[in-house]
Design a protein around this ligand. Structure first.
Ligand code: ADP
Length: 411
């Protein structure tokens, strides 16, 4: 029997998302999520897509990732899709930080685990959870190939002048302080899908990808290779996000420590959890912010304007970085679903060849599903909405690696 399925695992600090994909037709067989791991009332939701079954829910205590993954594998097992099924080719793990070491998806062995562990200081929130997901999955089926797919890989092509901060080289190198970038799986997938939408080879197309979710980042992709991105050493740099500030003068940190008497941990928490849209107006859901603006709420309006202003600055910057731009692609929760954000981000940029067709931008229903163009006919630069699919991309990269199916897609 040929093994043609891939299980994709995305392990966060208190959650595990999983999807089982059939690679012959890229279909989802099952999709699930375990949340609030370690709490008394953890929750598992499992949708058996293949059988068309109802979504199931289990609320009970899953003390740790191992318990959570065991429960997920029981749910899969119930439909004959368990971790020991011969059809399962591999497990693909999302790993947030691969530093400079991992320039491609990698089959996991002890050396790879050690390297992911070595990178914990630059990704203290993410890499430990990713590691736990991997070791737990290994324990559940020791013989199964496990592949790490890194958020940073797509950005390892950034030239040195984009990846380095202008600080003392020795200090930077001693502590691995440089710009790594994140959301790479999404940027890789969306830039390639955008080229497909234009009927072009990714190698011939320059794209600015705006990944606007709760976390948000933008990348400049030249001929299929990332040449700049807005996130840096950590996912804090760049755009205004749901709860993260994005770019600030680094002296804001010294000021808050020296003048406001805050500890470094308090400033860390402020900039990561109590800033961005939430810090500016109390809400981080773009739907709620738009509803408040419709009601004349000035605070929500200002938060929206600051959010948009930052996006526009990056679009301008990346037009200059790329020289020639063929397409701008919007993706993730806000990018895919918020016409007012797309409209405001590009308003008045006709001079750069950028414009949005209002009817296409605001279309609803079936016309607003899947990758689509929203720029006016004949526009110099295509503007696209391209739903991201990080799980499919991880599954592809994993499957390609374990089946030896040609060179890796983002090479
Ligand atoms: P994450 O970074 O957590 O993966 P997502 O890409 O799922 O985030 O984006 C989540 C965000 O998308 C929400 O916080 C919300 O602001 C926004 N969003 C989701 N649906 C809509 C919608 N229909 N209209 C506007 N914004 C939306």
């Amino acid at each position: 029997m040929t093994a043609t399925r891939v299980l994709v695992l995305n392990s966060g600090s208190s959650s595990v998302k999983y999807q089982l994909l059939e690679m012959t037709d890229e279909s989802r067989l099952a999709v699930g999520l375990v949340e609030r791991i370690g709490e008394r009332q953890s929750r598992l939701t499992h949708t058996p897509v293949a059988t068309g079954g109802e979504r199931r829910e289990r609320v009970e205590e899953f003390a740790d990732h191992e318990a959570a993954l065991r429960a997920a594998s029981e749910e899969l097992e119930a439909e004959g899709l368990g971790l020991d099924a011969p059809e399962l080719a591999a497990i693909g793990h999302r790993v947030v930080h691969g530093g400079r070491s991992f320039t491609r998806p990698t089959l996991i062995d002890d050396g790879v685990l050690a390297e992911i562990r070595r990178l914990v200081p630059v990704a203290p929130l993410h890499n430990p959870a990713n590691l736990t997901g991997i070791t737990t999955a290994q324990a559940l089926n020791p013989g199964l190939p496990q592949v790490a797919v890194f958020d940073t890989t797509f950005h390892t092509t950034m030239p040195e002048h984009a990846a380095r901060y202008a600080i003392d080289v020795e200090t930077a190198d001693a502590h691995r302080v440089r710009r790594y970038g994140f959301h790479g799986t999404s940027h890789a997938y969306v830039s390639r899908r955008t080229a497909q939408l234009l009927g072009a080879d990714p190698a011939d197309v320059n794209v600015i990808v705006l990944h606007l979710g709760n976390g948000a980042s933008v990348s400049a992709v030249q001929g299929g290779r990332c040449v700049d991105t807005s996130m840096g050493l950590t996912p804090l740099e760049g755009l205004v996000m749901g709860t993260r500030s994005g770019d600030v003068d680094p002296a804001v940190v010294f000021h808050l420590v020296r003048v406001a008497g805050m500890s470094v941990d308090e400033v860390d928490e402020l900039l990561n959890k109590r800033s961005g849209l939430v810090g500016l107006c109390g809400d981080n859901d773009m739907r709620e912010i738009r509803r408040r603006i419709e009601e004349g709420d000035e605070q929500a309006r200002l938060a929206f304007d600051i959010y948009i202003h930052r996006i526009r600055k990056y679009i301008g910057a990346y037009c200059a970085v790329l020289g020639r731009v063929d397409a701008v692609a919007f993706t993730a929760g806000v990018g895919e679903n918020s016409p007012p954000v797309r409209e405001a981000a590009l308003a008045g940029l006709d001079g750069l060849g950028l414009a949005v067709d209002p009817a296409a931008n605001e279309a609803e229903g079936p016309a607003a599903e899947g990758p689509r163009l929203i720029s006016p006919r004949g526009a110099r630069v295509a503007v696209a909405v391209v739903p991201t699919d990080e799980e499919l991309e991880i599954a592809h990269q994993t499957y390609a690696l374990v089946t030896g199916a040609g060179r890796h897609r983002t090479d």
